[in-house]
Design a protein around this ligand. Structure first.
Ligand SMILES: Cc1cc2nc3c(=O)[nH]c(=O)nc-3n(C[C@H](O)[C@H](O)[C@H](O)COP(=O)(O)O)c2cc1C
Length: 274
Protein backbone atom coordinates (compact mmCIF):
# COMPACT_ATOMS: atom_id res chain seq x y z
CA UNK A 1 0.00 0.00 0.00
CA UNK A 2 1.29 3.47 -0.98
CA UNK A 3 1.61 6.01 1.84
CA UNK A 4 -0.13 8.55 -0.37
CA UNK A 5 -2.50 7.83 -3.25
CA UNK A 6 -3.67 10.30 -5.86
CA UNK A 7 -6.81 9.71 -7.85
CA UNK A 8 -5.49 10.82 -11.22
CA UNK A 9 -8.95 11.55 -12.58
CA UNK A 10 -9.86 13.83 -9.67
CA UNK A 11 -6.52 15.64 -9.19
CA UNK A 12 -6.55 19.14 -10.72
CA UNK A 13 -2.82 19.69 -10.06
CA UNK A 14 -3.43 22.93 -8.16
CA UNK A 15 -0.48 22.11 -5.88
CA UNK A 16 -2.43 22.93 -2.72
CA UNK A 17 -1.37 19.67 -1.05
CA UNK A 18 2.29 20.54 -1.72
CA UNK A 19 1.89 24.04 -0.29
CA UNK A 20 -0.14 22.98 2.74
CA UNK A 21 2.19 20.18 3.82
CA UNK A 22 4.04 21.46 6.93
CA UNK A 23 7.07 19.22 6.46
CA UNK A 24 7.19 19.44 2.66
CA UNK A 25 7.02 15.72 2.00
CA UNK A 26 4.80 16.05 -1.06
CA UNK A 27 6.27 17.26 -4.32
CA UNK A 28 5.28 17.97 -7.92
CA UNK A 29 8.06 17.82 -10.42
CA UNK A 30 6.44 20.34 -12.75
CA UNK A 31 3.18 22.23 -12.57
CA UNK A 32 1.70 19.58 -14.84
CA UNK A 33 2.77 16.51 -12.89
CA UNK A 34 0.87 14.61 -10.25
CA UNK A 35 1.78 15.21 -6.61
CA UNK A 36 3.88 12.42 -5.14
CA UNK A 37 5.51 11.63 -1.80
CA UNK A 38 9.17 12.59 -1.36
CA UNK A 39 11.67 9.85 -0.50
CA UNK A 40 11.63 10.83 3.15
CA UNK A 41 7.82 11.02 3.31
CA UNK A 42 7.47 8.20 5.82
CA UNK A 43 10.15 9.68 8.07
CA UNK A 44 8.79 13.22 8.23
CA UNK A 45 5.04 13.01 7.57
CA UNK A 46 3.27 14.33 10.70
CA UNK A 47 0.02 12.55 9.82
CA UNK A 48 -1.75 15.87 10.26
CA UNK A 49 -3.99 15.27 7.25
CA UNK A 50 -3.60 18.82 5.87
CA UNK A 51 -2.98 17.46 2.36
CA UNK A 52 -6.23 15.51 2.30
CA UNK A 53 -8.16 18.29 4.05
CA UNK A 54 -7.07 21.04 1.66
CA UNK A 55 -7.75 19.13 -1.58
CA UNK A 56 -10.92 20.58 -3.16
CA UNK A 57 -11.53 17.52 -5.34
CA UNK A 58 -10.94 14.78 -2.77
CA UNK A 59 -8.20 13.35 -4.96
CA UNK A 60 -5.72 12.56 -2.21
CA UNK A 61 -5.83 9.82 0.35
CA UNK A 62 -3.26 8.51 2.78
CA UNK A 63 -2.71 4.94 3.88
CA UNK A 64 -4.16 5.86 7.29
CA UNK A 65 -6.79 8.32 6.03
CA UNK A 66 -9.15 7.33 3.26
CA UNK A 67 -11.19 10.03 1.61
CA UNK A 68 -14.43 8.65 3.04
CA UNK A 69 -13.00 8.86 6.60
CA UNK A 70 -12.45 12.56 6.11
CA UNK A 71 -15.86 14.27 6.35
CA UNK A 72 -16.30 17.48 4.37
CA UNK A 73 -16.26 20.90 6.01
CA UNK A 74 -19.92 21.95 6.05
CA UNK A 75 -20.25 25.68 5.42
CA UNK A 76 -23.84 25.69 6.66
CA UNK A 77 -22.54 24.75 10.13
CA UNK A 78 -19.99 27.56 10.33
CA UNK A 79 -20.55 29.89 13.30
CA UNK A 80 -20.21 33.63 13.02
CA UNK A 81 -18.11 35.90 15.22
CA UNK A 82 -20.85 36.86 17.75
CA UNK A 83 -21.64 33.20 18.46
CA UNK A 84 -17.99 32.28 18.86
CA UNK A 85 -17.33 35.31 21.05
CA UNK A 86 -20.29 34.50 23.30
CA UNK A 87 -19.21 30.87 23.52
CA UNK A 88 -15.71 31.86 24.64
CA UNK A 89 -16.85 34.62 26.98
CA UNK A 90 -19.54 32.51 28.59
CA UNK A 91 -17.44 29.46 29.42
CA UNK A 92 -17.49 29.14 33.18
CA UNK A 93 -15.88 26.83 35.69
CA UNK A 94 -18.81 24.86 37.04
CA UNK A 95 -18.67 24.07 40.74
CA UNK A 96 -22.24 22.96 41.41
CA UNK A 97 -23.44 19.75 39.80
CA UNK A 98 -26.51 17.55 39.69
CA UNK A 99 -25.78 14.09 40.99
CA UNK A 100 -27.04 12.55 37.70
CA UNK A 101 -24.18 10.64 36.07
CA UNK A 102 -23.20 11.53 32.52
CA UNK A 103 -23.97 9.03 29.78
CA UNK A 104 -20.95 7.08 28.51
CA UNK A 105 -21.56 8.31 24.92
CA UNK A 106 -21.29 11.94 26.06
CA UNK A 107 -18.05 11.27 27.95
CA UNK A 108 -16.68 9.55 24.86
CA UNK A 109 -17.75 12.51 22.72
CA UNK A 110 -15.80 14.89 24.97
CA UNK A 111 -12.67 12.82 24.43
CA UNK A 112 -13.25 12.59 20.69
CA UNK A 113 -13.38 16.39 20.53
CA UNK A 114 -10.39 16.78 22.89
CA UNK A 115 -8.31 14.73 20.48
CA UNK A 116 -8.94 17.35 17.76
CA UNK A 117 -6.71 19.77 19.69
CA UNK A 118 -3.40 20.86 18.22
CA UNK A 119 -0.25 19.24 19.62
CA UNK A 120 3.46 19.75 19.03
CA UNK A 121 4.42 17.84 15.88
CA UNK A 122 0.96 16.35 15.97
CA UNK A 123 2.22 14.03 18.69
CA UNK A 124 -1.19 13.72 20.36
CA UNK A 125 0.60 12.69 23.56
CA UNK A 126 -2.55 12.52 25.67
CA UNK A 127 -3.90 9.47 27.46
CA UNK A 128 -7.19 9.61 29.31
CA UNK A 129 -8.68 8.21 32.46
CA UNK A 130 -12.39 8.76 33.00
CA UNK A 131 -13.68 8.08 36.48
CA UNK A 132 -17.15 6.90 35.56
CA UNK A 133 -18.49 5.95 38.97
CA UNK A 134 -19.56 8.96 41.09
CA UNK A 135 -18.73 7.06 44.31
CA UNK A 136 -15.20 6.52 42.99
CA UNK A 137 -14.87 10.22 42.16
CA UNK A 138 -15.85 11.04 45.72
CA UNK A 139 -13.43 8.42 47.11
CA UNK A 140 -10.61 9.95 45.09
CA UNK A 141 -11.54 13.44 46.31
CA UNK A 142 -11.07 11.97 49.80
CA UNK A 143 -7.60 10.79 48.80
CA UNK A 144 -6.73 14.35 47.76
CA UNK A 145 -7.78 15.46 51.25
CA UNK A 146 -5.55 12.74 52.77
CA UNK A 147 -2.65 14.14 50.71
CA UNK A 148 -3.43 17.66 51.91
CA UNK A 149 -3.43 16.50 55.54
CA UNK A 150 0.02 14.97 55.00
CA UNK A 151 1.27 18.21 53.45
CA UNK A 152 -0.13 20.27 56.33
CA UNK A 153 1.70 18.03 58.77
CA UNK A 154 5.00 17.97 56.87
CA UNK A 155 5.20 21.52 55.56
CA UNK A 156 2.57 23.71 57.20
CA UNK A 157 3.83 26.97 55.67
CA UNK A 158 3.70 25.68 52.11
CA UNK A 159 0.33 24.05 52.78
CA UNK A 160 -1.02 27.35 54.12
CA UNK A 161 0.18 29.17 51.01
CA UNK A 162 -1.70 26.68 48.85
CA UNK A 163 -4.88 27.04 50.90
CA UNK A 164 -4.95 23.42 52.08
CA UNK A 165 -6.05 23.96 55.71
CA UNK A 166 -9.19 25.76 54.54
CA UNK A 167 -10.09 23.05 52.01
CA UNK A 168 -9.54 20.32 54.62
CA UNK A 169 -11.61 22.21 57.20
CA UNK A 170 -14.53 22.49 54.75
CA UNK A 171 -14.22 18.75 53.98
CA UNK A 172 -14.41 18.02 57.71
CA UNK A 173 -17.50 20.22 57.85
CA UNK A 174 -19.10 18.13 55.09
CA UNK A 175 -18.32 20.22 52.00
CA UNK A 176 -16.37 18.65 49.13
CA UNK A 177 -14.25 21.27 47.36
CA UNK A 178 -11.95 18.93 45.45
CA UNK A 179 -14.27 17.60 42.76
CA UNK A 180 -17.11 19.91 43.81
CA UNK A 181 -19.61 17.06 43.84
CA UNK A 182 -19.07 16.36 40.13
CA UNK A 183 -19.98 12.76 39.28
CA UNK A 184 -16.89 12.33 37.11
CA UNK A 185 -13.35 13.44 36.71
CA UNK A 186 -11.31 13.12 33.54
CA UNK A 187 -7.54 12.92 33.97
CA UNK A 188 -5.16 13.48 31.09
CA UNK A 189 -1.71 11.95 31.40
CA UNK A 190 1.37 11.25 29.33
CA UNK A 191 5.11 10.62 29.33
CA UNK A 192 6.73 12.62 32.15
CA UNK A 193 9.45 14.04 29.93
CA UNK A 194 7.41 14.58 26.79
CA UNK A 195 8.59 17.95 25.42
CA UNK A 196 5.26 19.77 25.08
CA UNK A 197 3.10 17.31 27.02
CA UNK A 198 1.86 19.98 29.41
CA UNK A 199 0.87 22.41 26.65
CA UNK A 200 -0.69 19.74 24.45
CA UNK A 201 -2.73 18.19 27.25
CA UNK A 202 -3.87 21.57 28.59
CA UNK A 203 -5.08 22.51 25.13
CA UNK A 204 -6.96 19.23 24.83
CA UNK A 205 -8.64 19.89 28.19
CA UNK A 206 -9.62 23.34 26.95
CA UNK A 207 -11.34 21.72 24.00
CA UNK A 208 -13.33 19.65 26.49
CA UNK A 209 -14.24 22.74 28.51
CA UNK A 210 -15.40 24.65 25.46
CA UNK A 211 -17.34 21.79 23.92
CA UNK A 212 -19.02 20.53 27.11
CA UNK A 213 -21.83 23.16 27.25
CA UNK A 214 -22.88 22.21 23.72
CA UNK A 215 -23.99 18.83 25.08
CA UNK A 216 -25.41 20.23 28.31
CA UNK A 217 -22.36 19.56 30.47
CA UNK A 218 -20.26 21.66 32.80
CA UNK A 219 -16.60 21.27 33.70
CA UNK A 220 -13.99 22.73 36.00
CA UNK A 221 -10.25 22.20 36.11
CA UNK A 222 -9.18 20.11 39.08
CA UNK A 223 -5.89 21.73 40.02
CA UNK A 224 -5.74 20.20 43.49
CA UNK A 225 -6.65 16.85 42.01
CA UNK A 226 -3.87 17.03 39.41
CA UNK A 227 -1.24 17.93 42.01
CA UNK A 228 -2.35 15.11 44.27
CA UNK A 229 -2.14 12.57 41.42
CA UNK A 230 1.48 13.54 40.85
CA UNK A 231 2.55 13.89 44.47
CA UNK A 232 0.48 11.32 46.36
CA UNK A 233 1.40 7.77 45.34
CA UNK A 234 -1.84 6.17 46.64
CA UNK A 235 -3.90 8.31 44.24
CA UNK A 236 -1.39 7.78 41.40
CA UNK A 237 -1.75 4.04 42.05
CA UNK A 238 -5.54 4.15 42.34
CA UNK A 239 -5.67 5.63 38.84
CA UNK A 240 -3.33 2.92 37.58
CA UNK A 241 -0.81 5.31 36.01
CA UNK A 242 2.50 4.04 34.65
CA UNK A 243 5.60 5.11 36.59
CA UNK A 244 6.95 7.01 33.57
CA UNK A 245 3.74 9.01 33.19
CA UNK A 246 2.44 12.08 34.96
CA UNK A 247 -0.92 13.79 35.11
CA UNK A 248 -0.99 16.94 33.00
CA UNK A 249 -4.44 17.98 34.12
CA UNK A 250 -7.88 16.92 35.25
CA UNK A 251 -11.38 18.25 34.78
CA UNK A 252 -14.54 17.61 36.74
CA UNK A 253 -17.52 16.81 34.53
CA UNK A 254 -21.25 16.72 35.20
CA UNK A 255 -24.61 18.36 34.58
CA UNK A 256 -24.55 21.90 35.98
CA UNK A 257 -27.05 22.74 38.71
CA UNK A 258 -27.76 26.23 37.35
CA UNK A 259 -27.21 28.49 34.35
CA UNK A 260 -25.16 31.67 34.27
CA UNK A 261 -26.97 34.73 32.93
CA UNK A 262 -24.17 37.25 32.36
CA UNK A 263 -20.65 37.49 31.08
CA UNK A 264 -18.23 38.94 33.66
CA UNK A 265 -15.34 40.93 32.26
CA UNK A 266 -11.66 40.09 32.59
CA UNK A 267 -8.70 42.38 33.17
CA UNK A 268 -7.45 44.04 29.98
CA UNK A 269 -4.48 42.38 28.29
CA UNK A 270 -1.05 43.35 29.63
CA UNK A 271 0.64 43.72 26.29
CA UNK A 272 3.47 45.41 24.41
CA UNK A 273 3.11 45.55 20.66
CA UNK A 274 6.55 45.61 19.10
C1 LIG B 1 -4.81 25.00 35.84
C2 LIG B 1 -6.12 25.32 36.54
C3 LIG B 1 -6.40 24.72 37.76
C4 LIG B 1 -7.61 24.98 38.41
N1 LIG B 1 -7.91 24.31 39.56
C5 LIG B 1 -9.12 24.48 40.16
C6 LIG B 1 -9.49 23.72 41.32
O1 LIG B 1 -8.74 22.86 41.81
N2 LIG B 1 -10.71 23.94 41.86
C7 LIG B 1 -11.57 24.87 41.34
O2 LIG B 1 -12.66 25.03 41.88
N3 LIG B 1 -11.26 25.62 40.24
C8 LIG B 1 -10.06 25.43 39.62
N4 LIG B 1 -9.73 26.13 38.49
C9 LIG B 1 -10.71 27.08 37.91
C10 LIG B 1 -10.30 28.56 38.10
O3 LIG B 1 -10.45 28.90 39.44
C11 LIG B 1 -11.20 29.41 37.18
O4 LIG B 1 -10.84 29.14 35.83
C12 LIG B 1 -11.10 30.90 37.43
O5 LIG B 1 -11.55 31.23 38.72
C13 LIG B 1 -11.91 31.74 36.43
O6 LIG B 1 -13.28 31.37 36.44
P1 LIG B 1 -14.00 30.83 35.11
O7 LIG B 1 -13.24 29.61 34.65
O8 LIG B 1 -15.39 30.48 35.51
O9 LIG B 1 -13.95 31.90 34.08
C14 LIG B 1 -8.52 25.90 37.84
C15 LIG B 1 -8.24 26.49 36.60
C16 LIG B 1 -7.06 26.19 35.95
C17 LIG B 1 -6.78 26.80 34.59
Amino acid sequence: MEFLTIDQEKCNKDGLCVMACPTKVIQMETSKSMPEPTEDFKEYCLECGHCAAVCPTGALSLDWLKNEQCPPYRRELAVAEPQVEQLLRSRRSIRNYNSKPVEREKLAKLLEIACCAPSAKNNQPWNWIVVGDPAETRRMAGMVIEWMRTCIEQNPEQAELRGFPRVVATWDAGEERICRGAPHIIVVHGEKDSGFGAEDCATALSYIELFAPAIGLGTCWGGYFTSAVNFYPPLFGALGLHAHHKAFGAVMVGYPKFKYQRLPVRRSPRVRYL
